[in-house]
Design a protein around this ligand. Structure first.
Ligand SMILES: Nc1ncnc2c1ncn2[C@@H]1O[C@H](COP(=O)(O)OP(=O)(O)O)[C@@H](O)[C@H]1O
Ligand SMILES: [Mg+2]
Length: 254
């Protein structure tokens, strides 16, 4: 049975009452990999910030497992927040602490586990992202790919059911990026984690995404949605078709 993890309803998203996107409507299914794509500055990170409740909607709402994060308060809000994990674009680890200490931070903030238990949990998360060997390293000793894995481990510290990743493969070489894709697919299928990922990487999108939405700045909204393989094969919208088939925008008029 299909279960809805996130429902975005009539959302106007933006800052200070000025919308960057208008009237967004979409659903993210549980345990699936959902990708948000679109050109630079079109509002992908802004949409993520609304989905995690960091920025309140201008109008409309975002439901996480049927609950509205913005109107939730107190314990209810905390429970909702713990269902989601986030690795921000350029989200850095704290350079003054080891990788293990970084992963333990959310546990220190949100739980009262004894230190040894926090350490055990943090090590499990590092093992899950295949970074068990890096626990004692300092962030500046990690490669780009290892930093991304550590950020994902930290986002998973509190056992979220939904993970939001903003441009996780930016700046990675193709091989490292493919490794990250495999990790995301493994986590989705083994742990039934729902992923919402912002990325431009076409290879990555075609390899991992169940559903995509494509945002566009001028349209202030979604210009295409669906399975990426289906969109790639559908020439009815030249802009979308060209993106999925890697043609420069002006080159092909199918
Ligand atoms: N905190 C903010 N306050 C006001 N405007 C912002 C803020 N953050 C981003 N913006 C603007 O919102 C637009 C979309 O930005 P962003 O969501 O970061 O785009 P993307 O992630 O797609 O590159 C940009 O014009 C950006 O300047
Ligand atoms: Mg962004």
């Amino acid at each position: 049975m299909k279960e809805t993890a996130i429902k975005v309803e009539n959302l106007d998203a933006g800052y200070g009452g000025i919308p960057i996107m208008k009237n967004l409507n979409f659903e993210v299914q549980s345990g699936r990999i959902f990708v948000i794509l679109g050109g630079s500055g079109c509002g992908k990170s802004t949409l993520l910030k609304h989905m995690i409740g960091l920025v309140p909607p201008i109008s409309g709402r975002v439901l996480i497992n049927g609950q509205d994060m913005v109107s939730a308060a107190g314990d209810k809000k905390n429970r909702l927040l713990r269902k989601i994990g986030v690795a921000f674009q350029n989200g850095a680890l704290f350079g003054s602490m080891s990788v293990l200490e970084n992963i333990m931070l959310p546990l220190k903030e949100y739980t009262r586990l004894p230190r040894e238990a926090m350490e055990t949990v943090a090590r499990i998360k590092l093992d899950l992202v295949d970074l068990g060997h890096g626990a004692e390293l300092m962030p500046d000793q990690l490669s780009g790919g290892m930093k991304k894995r550590a950020a994902i481990a930290r986002a998973m510290a509190l056992d979220p059911s939904i993970l939001f990743l903003d441009e996780p493969s930016a700046g990675l070489d193709p091989l490292t990026s493919a490794g990250l894709d495999r990790l995301i697919m493994d986590l989705a299928s083994n742990l039934k984690i729902t992923f919402v990922i912002v990325t431009h990487e076409l290879e990555s999108i075609l390899a991992i995404a169940d559903q995509v939405i494509m945002l566009e700045k001028e349209a202030k909204g979604i210009i295409a949605r669906g399975n990426p393989g289906v969109l790639k094969a559908d020439p009815s919208n030249p802009y979308v078709y060209n993106f999925f088939n890697r043609h420069p925008p002006e080159a092909v008029h199918p």
